[in-house]
Unconditional design. Structure first.
Length: 379
């Protein structure tokens, strides 16, 4: 790649609104919800850009509503209420600098918990360890973190990413605890976000669960073809590159306009350093990506039963399947009975290898990883 020519197609964390594609409608909806203090559940397929949208939203709030504070916490690595408390306390400390009045109050409150406080040698970010004697002390501390923020009289938006993780905690009352504490706050607005749609949907739509009907849903669909074409072409052109219409069309069809995979393919094409990107350049990058992923794909083979592996191949070869119990699908791929097909589909959805997208026309199944899907088409 050309010296000092930074790749504009971001495949990790959010960087800036200039490198963020569209989502204006969702952004405005979420802004309205925040101004009106409405809690939200953000739901979509995996890697569709949920986290990026949250950080883009926080960036916008910083510009237009600096009076609203924001906190982002990712609880994917958490395994218990202890971890949740630690992540939440550290997230609060990152969000409020000690030089500010609120930050100073927060540090005083944190110190009252008698934690072991240290700082990461590389990032410099705070790290906490809090000792508890009883489960009641944990619940008291958790409530204290919510109450402290709520009592300051300023609006705070808290985004909890990978929220479905609380279902794996040994504390069976975690949902009820959180719902109780959140319900009692006045100045806190929440965004619940997760990558396992079926679990997130159950948390917020099951009338037997504490969070039932407590939020408004924000659905993240695919970015429109025209918006994506304009975005991709702009980023190439601004860096003295050209890209043909044929290449653009192929990119969006091959990646199925799935945010992560579109960004990844464009990132690879840009890195290959062609001044004029053609269809052949796009196809070359596809081959590179599938080759790079082979080691991981073969690991999946070891993790799955023969029937699960063959079922995944069947869905990949079809591209998408709506009638998983249809006789033609079952016979073409020698799957067996309708009940076997449902069982295999459910298992692969649970493992995160299949998407099950529900619409008014039914449920559509696709392989979650677009690159894996294309690789499997060749088997």
């Amino acid at each position: 790649m050309s010296v000092n020519m930074e790749n504009p197609f971001v495949i990790k964390a959010y960087e800036s609104k200039e490198l963020f594609c569209d989502r204006e409608e969702e952004l405005q909806l979420m802004m309205r919800n925040i101004v009106n203090r409405t809690d939200m559940t953000l739901i979509s397929q995996r890697r569709m850009g949920k986290t990026g949208l949250i950080l883009r939203l926080f960036d916008e709030l910083k510009d237009v509503r600096p009076d609203i504070h924001t906190i982002y916490m990712d609880i994917f690595a958490s395994r218990s209420i202890d971890d949740f408390i630690k992540i939440m306390a550290e997230a609060e400390m990152r969000s409020f600098h000690t030089e500010t009045s609120l930050g100073d109050k927060l540090m005083t409150f944190i110190k009252s918990l008698r934690p072991q406080l240290s700082f990461d040698n590389i990032t410099g970010e705070p790290q906490l360890q809090i000792a508890y004697q009883t489960p009641h002390e944990k619940e008291y501390t958790l409530r204290g973190l919510f109450d402290f923020l709520d009592s300051q009289g300023e609006q705070v938006v808290i985004a909890i990413d990978e929220f479905q993780q609380i279902r794996d905690y040994p504390e069976q009352n975690m949902e009820a605890l959180l719902r109780t504490y959140i319900q009692q706050t006045r100045n806190l607005t929440f965004i619940f976000c997760g990558s396992k749609k079926h679990i997130m949907t159950d948390i917020f739509t099951n009338e037997k669960k504490p969070f039932y009907s407590s939020t408004t849903f924000v659905s993240l669909e695919k970015i429109s073809e025209e918006s994506y074409k304009t975005f991709i072409r702009r980023l190439f052109n601004e860096r003295q590159r050209e890209i043909t219409d044929e290449a653009l069309q192929f990119i969006l069809e091959w990646t199925r306009r799935h945010t992560y995979y579109t960004q990844q393919l464009c990132h690879t094409i840009f890195a290959n350093d062609s001044a004029n990107v053609t269809l052949d350049d796009a196809k070359k990058a596809c081959e590179q990506l599938m080759k790079q992923g082979e080691t991981v794909y073969l690991q999946y083979r070891q993790m799955l039963t023969d029937k699960q592996w063959n079922y995944l191949i069947a869905v990949a070869k079809e591209g998408s399947v709506q009638q998983i119990t249809a006789s033609e699908f079952l016979s073409t791929y020698k799957i067996g009975s309708p009940s076997v097909s449902r069982r295999l589909a459910d298992a692969l959805v649970e493992k995160g290898l299949l998407n099950d997208d529900i619409s008014v026309t039914g449920t559509t199944y696709t392989v979650s990883d677009v690159f894996l899907s294309h690789w499997m088409e060749r088997l």
